[in-house]
Design a protein around this ligand. Structure first.
Ligand SMILES: Cc1ncc(COP(=O)(O)O)c(C=O)c1O
Length: 459
C-alpha cells in the first residue's frame, strides 16, 4: 500500500500534478525572461557545462537567473524582475546584499591595498572581537569554511596523534575530503557521486547517525577518534534539530574519550550573535565560521581552546621543520579584515538578530499555517533566522530520515513556482534565511506565494 502510494505521489502530492506544475511554471519563467533566455538559455559562453561554477546548474529554473544587481534582500535580474531573496547566497549574504557598513569598509580598503601577507590595523581589532563574541581564546583566519574545517581537523590530528575523525550521516562541512562519507543501509561508504575519489574514506572517518547517543559511545569507545566535527543542527540534510540533552552527551562522551569537538557554525550562526554555541552554552575545542562572517567577502575564522592551543604549540616545538599543510596565500588579507570588522561591529548586532528572529518566527508560523490549511503531510523546522519547510512529516531525527524526507522533484516544482511569484529560496532544499534587511512585507509575500503554490498542489 505504502510503496504503491510512493510510486504515484511524493510528499503527499500526485506525480502528475507535480509534473504539470513544473511544466507550466517553467514556461512562465521563460516568458518573463526573454533577455536572460537569449543570453544564458544555452549556457554562458566559454564555461564548461555552460556555467562558471557547476552549482549554478543545480537551480531548478530552466536556466540560471542572470543577476543585474542585489541590494538588501532583493535581487534584480537583467529582465528587470525583482525577487525577494531568502536564499541569500546560501548564507554568504545572510546579513543582506552589500550591507552598507561592509560596502563602506570595502570602498575604504580598496584604495589601501588588497593583499599584503601582513596584518593591517583592523586585524588588531578582530582578534579581541572574535574572543569576546565566540568565547575561544585563539583564532586563525582562512578564506572559506572548507579550509577552516580542514585546518582545524589537521590540528586535531596533530595534537591527539589520532588519525580518525567522526562525522554525522548527512553532514556537509564544505569540500573537506575526509568528511565525504555516508551511511547507506547502516554501512559506512564513500559519499555517492564523488568525482575522482579512489580512496576509501571510511578508513579514516567514522560515520554515525545524529541524535544516537549509543552509537556515539560505541564509535568513541576505541579511543582512536581525533575529532568529532558537527553542526549543532544538521542544516544540510533538510533540518534536523538536536534532541534535548544531545549536546551535553556529545561533550561528555568526547571528553571522556580524549576526542576533540569541532562545532561548525557556518549555517547555525543564524541562531544569534555568538551562534548556537553561545546561545546554548556549548563548549567546543574548535569553532568554525565562514560564509557571512565578512558580509559576503570570502573569509572564515577558526578558533581553538586554551588547551588545544597549548598542545599545538608543544607539538610545533617538536615536529620536524617544514610546511604545516595549512594556509592559502590570500587568507588574512586586509580586505577580509576591513569587511569582517564592519560585519562584526555594525551588522551582526544583537538588535539585528532580534529583528531577524522575530521575522523568522512569523515566517515559521505563516508556513505552518498554510501546511495545516491544506492538510499537507509536511512540517517546518527553524534555527533562529534559518527556516526550512520539509515536504514530509517531522520532526526528523537524523540524516537517514532526512534522506527519505527529501523530495527533489516536488521541491524543484515549488521553487520555480515561488520564483514566478517573486520569491527566491535556496536551490538544494527548502531553506529560507531572514536578513536584517528583510522586511515584514517580504515575509508576507513569501507566505502568500507559498499558500498559492500549496493551493495549486492541493487543489
Ligand atoms: C556547515 C557548513 N560548513 C562549511 C561549509 C563550507 O563553506 P564554503 O563552501 O564556503 O567553504 C558549508 C557550505 O555549505 C556548510 O554548510
Amino acid at each position: 500500500m505504502h510503496s504503491d502510494m510512493s510510486k504515484t505521489s511524493i510528499g503527499g502530492i500526485g506525480r502528475d500534478r507535480i509534473a504539470d506544475l513544473r511544466e507550466t511554471e517553467g514556461a512562465a519563467f521563460r516568458k518573463a525572461r526573454p533577455q536572460s533566455q537569449a543570453k544564458v538559455g544555452n549556457g554562458l559562453p566559454g564555461f564548461f557545462g555552460g556555467v562558471p561554477m557547476h552549482w549554478m546548474n543545480d537551480w531548478p529554473t530552466p536556466f540560471p537567473i542572470l543577476v543585474d544587481s542585489a541590494k538588501g534582500a532583493t535581487i534584480t535580474d537583467i529582465d528587470g524582475n525583482k525577487l525577494d531573496d531568502f536564499c541569500l547566497g546560501d548564507t554568504g549574504s545572510m546579513f543582506g546584499h552589500s550591507p552598507p557598513p561592509v560596502a563602506r569598509a570595502i570602498r575604504r580598503q580598496a584604495g589601501r591595498g588588497l593583499t599584503y601577507m601582513l596584518p593591517s590595523e583592523d586585524a588588531l581589532a578582530i582578534g579581541p572581537l572574535l574572543q569576546q563574541r565566540f568565547g575561544l581564546p585563539f583564532w586563525q583566519i582562512a578564506t572559506t569554511a572548507t579550509d577552516a574545517n580542514r585546518f582545524a581537523l589537521r590540528v586535531a590530528r596533530a595534537v591527539t596523534g589520532r588519525e580518525k575523525i567522526l562525522v554525522f550521516n548527512g553532514c556537509y562541512h564544505g569540500s573537506v575530503d575526509e568528511t565525504m562519507v555516508r551511511l547507506i543501509d547502516g554501512k559506512p561508504v564513500n559519499r555517492p557521486g564523488l568525482a575522482g575519489e579512489f580512496r576509501d574514506l571510511t578508513r579514516t572517518a567514522k560515520v554515525i547517525e545524529f541524535n544516537d547517543i549509543s552509537a556515539l559511545e560505541a564509535a568513541l569507545g576505541d579511543k582512536d577518534v581525533a575529532c568529532v566535527i558537527a553542526e549543532p543542527v544538521l542544516t544540510n540534510s533538510c533540518m534536523v534539530l538536536a534532541d534535548p540533552g544531545y549536546h551535553d552527551a556529545l561533550r561528555k562522551l568526547t571528553r571522556a574519550a580524549g576526542t576533540l569537538l569541532l562545532i561548525d557554525e557556518t549555517h547555525t550562526i543564524s541562531t544569534g550573535p555568538g551562534g548556537y554555541t553561545r546561545k546554548y552554552g556549548l563548549d567546543p575545542d574548535f569553532f568554525v565560521l565562514g560564509k557571512p562572517i565578512a558580509g559576503g567577502v570570502p573569509a572564515s575564522v577558526w578558533g581553538m581552546s586554551d588547551d588545544v592551543a597549548s598542545r599545538y604549540a608543544d607539538y610545533n616545538r617538536t615536529k620536524e621543520p617544514g610546511y604545516s599543510g595549512m594556509g592559502t596565500t590570500l587568507s588574512a588579507n586586509p580586505l577580509q579584515f576591513a569587511a569582517m570588522r564592519a560585519a562584526l561591529e555594525e551588522v551582526m548586532t544583537p538588535e539585528n538578530y532580534d529583528r531577524m528572529d522575530h521575522l523568522a518566527r512569523r515566517l515559521d508560523a505563516g508556513l505552518t499555517g498554510v501546511i495545516d490549511r491544506y492538510r499537507l503531510p509536511w512540517h517546518v523546522s527553524r534555527v533562529g533566522a534559518r527556516v526550512e519547510f520539509i515536504c514530509a512529516p517531522g520532526p526528523l531525527r537524523n540524516g537517514a530520515e532526512a534522506e527519505v524526507a527529501h523530495a527533489p522533484e516536488l521541491e524543484a516544482a515549488i521553487h520555480v513556482a515561488l520564483v514566478n511569484r517573486g520569491v527566491l529560496i535556496a536551490p538544494f532544499h527548502n531553506m529560507m534565511l531572514i536578513s536584517p534587511a528583510t522586511t515584514a512585507t517580504q515575509v508576507n509575500r513569501l507566505i502568500t506565494a507559498f499558500g498559492a503554490v500549496a493551493a495549486k498542489l492541493g487543489a
